[in-house]
Design a protein around this ligand. Structure first.
Ligand code: DAH
Length: 339
């Protein structure tokens, strides 16, 4: 029995020490210690051993088992150390290598322009409000004094969702919402996206952005409008900028005007940038039409107001001297990265 055990032990040690991977080591464990393993067979053969010898043989088998288990564990540790080493060296990083620069994006020129516009008006005490892009025909037209059969509706054809709902053609649609929600004094700007059934070209897009302004208070005059917008033009286009108001027609303002700024490229002498005019149109404006106030239950004898609508893309294109609006929407990073 003793010899047999010694033989098993030697074979086990030989197999363990020659195992050169985890699978072989595991095969050795199963082969000697497993259910049908050689050492287990010896234990099973104990019933043939004389009862007085059993404790001694049992002890020898247990000792052999302990030796084998020990060697298995040691060998396993060796393998794990090698594996860890391999992993460490394959994952080694050279901390002296220059790092990879993260590609950080930046604000779109439209957003930069909007932030400047907002900064100016917030500084003047205006509140920035939001309005729905999907709008009732009523708020987009009728509440702005544009009845169903008015030709101004043709000029601003848009995308209709049904007879009542459309994609707003102008941020002026926010005016009536604000007057429904707030009592005068009102002093807001409403930036946002607007839509028109326009073909894409260098100066048109079916979707663009406007910033609406509305002020309603007692004793508001055209002088307030002029002063505010002249100051705005200086902040956006430079201190030397002059402004010019040309009479115009908008159904929701009376009187109405378009405001031009002196060309900041040539100072007003006339150049390619301003097409020889010396002036560049940047917005529409006017005194809020009394009927627009009446429709909201505001007494035009007590309150007056002025309104204006700025084309945001126009500001961005002028500021960056870009001559094609499409560039703002194509999102070619080679273009956008320049601003
Ligand atoms: N909503 C006008 C447009 O899209 C722009 C405009 C003109 C807005 C005059 C106004 C205004 O508030 O008073 O053409």
């Amino acid at each position: 029995m003793n010899d047999k055990l010694k033989e098993i032990l030697d074979a086990a040690m030989e197999q363990i020490s020659s195992a050169d991977n985890m699978e072989k080591l595991d095969a050795a464990r199963v082969g000697f210690l497993g259910k049908k393993g050689e050492l287990t067979q010896v234990l099973k053969g104990m019933r043939d051993v004389a009862p007085e010898d059993r404790p001694k043989i049992g002890q020898m088998v247990n000792e052999a088992r302990a030796v084998i288990e020990n060697s298995l564990a040691k060998k396993k540790e060796e393998f794990q150390a090698v594996l860890l080493q391999a992993k460490l060296s394959s994952e080694k990083i050279d901390v002296t290598l220059p790092g990879k620069k993260p590609a950080i994006g930046h604000l779109h020129p439209n957003t930069v322009a909007l932030n400047e516009v907002k900064k100016f008006f917030i500084g003047m005490g205006y509140q920035v409000v939001d309005g729905p892009e999907i709008e009732h025909d009523y708020y987009n037209f009728e509440a702005l004094n544009i009845p169903a059969d008015h030709p101004a509706k043709d000029e601003q054809d848009t995308f209709y969702i049904n007879d009542d709902m459309l994609l707003r053609t102008q941020t002026s649609s926010v005016q009536a919402h604000v007057m429904d929600e707030q009592k005068p004094p009102i002093k807001i700007i409403a930036p946002g996206r607007v839509f028109r059934a326009d073909e894409v070209d260098a100066t048109h897009s079916p979707s663009f952005h406007q910033v609406e302004g509305l002020v309603i208070d007692k004793d508001v005059t055209f002088a307030d409008l002029k002063g505010t917008l002249a100051e705005f033009a200086k902040k956006i286009f430079g201190e030397d900028t002059r402004v010019k108001f040309r009479p115009h027609h908008f159904p929701f303002t009376e009187p109405s005007a378009e405001m031009d700024v002196s060309c900041f490229k040539c100072g007003g002498k006339g150049c390619r940038f301003c097409k020889g005019e010396g002036w560049i149109e940047i917005l529409g404006c006017g005194m809020v039409h009394p009927h627009v106030l009446e429709m909201r239950g505001i007494d035009p004898e007590k309150y007056q107001g002025f309104a204006f609508g700025i084309g945001l893309e126009r500001i961005a294109l002028l500021k960056y001297e870009v001559d094609d609006m499409r560039l703002l929407y194509e999102n070619d990073t080679r273009f956008l990265k320049q601003f």
